[in-house]
Design a protein around this ligand. Sequence first.
Ligand SMILES: NC(=O)c1ccc[n+]([C@@H]2O[C@H](COP(=O)([O-])OP(=O)(O)OC[C@H]3O[C@@H](n4cnc5c(N)ncnc54)[C@H](OP(=O)(O)O)[C@@H]3O)[C@@H](O)[C@H]2O)c1
Length: 332
Amino acid sequence: MQKRVLGRDLTVSAVGLGCMGMSHAYGLPADKKEMTELLAQAVDLGYTFFDTAEVYGTEENPHDNEELVGAALKPYRDKIVLATKFGIQFDKNCKEVNKPLVPDSRPQVIRASVEGSLRRLGTDHIDLYYQHRMDPAVPIEEVAGVMADLIREGKITHWGMSEVTEDTIRRAHAVCPVTAIQNRYSMMARWYEALFPVLEELQIGYVAFSPLANGFLSGKYGKDVVFDGIYDYRSMMPQFTSDAIDRNQELLHLLHSMAAEKNATPAQISLAWMLCKKPYIVPIPGTRKPDRLIENMKSSEVLLTAQEVEAIDKALDNMEMSAVFGGTGISK
Ligand SMILES: NC(=O)c1ccc[n+]([C@@H]2O[C@H](COP(=O)([O-])OP(=O)(O)OC[C@H]3O[C@@H](n4cnc5c(N)ncnc54)[C@H](OP(=O)(O)O)[C@@H]3O)[C@@H](O)[C@H]2O)c1
């Protein structure tokens, strides 16, 4: 697979693999043996960028995903870039499927988190360490200072932040250079395009999470789909309701017709659209399925011209669309 550079010097595959859904948010955790094989297959296919977080798991095993990813990728550790995240917990008192997030980036908490992640990932360093969400109680300068210390100590080599705004990026970068942000981005969630100028000015990469709008943009989910109401966040995502499927017909039509034109699939068009838009965007679609792993990887071979990307943007600007899942709330 082609490579991209995040920030000044972090080289990753053009498409990364989001590992969250193997343990969290998309139903009960997947079979460990199957996921271990899938992760090995990903390395074989040329994926070198793997995304996890300390909180991807279940109530029974809150760190399931880091343990899975660490063990499965251990044989390939020197060939890959491992990204994980700190700074949130879930509000366990809430009965909703998507429990509110409780941010906590106090320096002593980050210190404990990094040691836990290193142990579970079975590594002596993390290649890209993100603050999962801003903590209103801890100034970002203080967090950036801890990151600078962790880099000096060799525990992490690069850092970034997730779901951040321009002001936070600037303040953080002034203390310790930021390699990448990881924000939501897809054809249905384009609100962070306003960050492109600051990312270009400061040479910071954009890792796009939920790049398929949680799978919706693959065009493979219809009105008959039913998601588990206890373990699967998609059961409450607005883009999967029956009404949304009706309201998104124009979007689905655009994806299918571009796909036919380019001899590709709708999921590949969704990913190629962002890959062809900016050289510093790296989508990290998640999947549990080997055929989709290949499909998503091959999106890096689908070429859209600047005019085609612009025409898609214009069509997206003007079409009716349902709401899309915008993230889990922050606990006050
Ligand atoms: N920083 C943050 O706050 C944050 C938040 C959310 C996610 N993330 C990261 O971003 C990664 C990706 O985001 P995401 O998983 O939320 O959303 P996504 O990548 O947009 O969608 C994943 C969903 O789409 C399905 N899918 C994937 N490829 C497909 C294809 N080619 N055709 C049909 N369906 C396909 C998957 O189902 P199957 O498994 O059945 O294929 C899965 O349910 C996560 O794994 C995680 O690492 C970060």
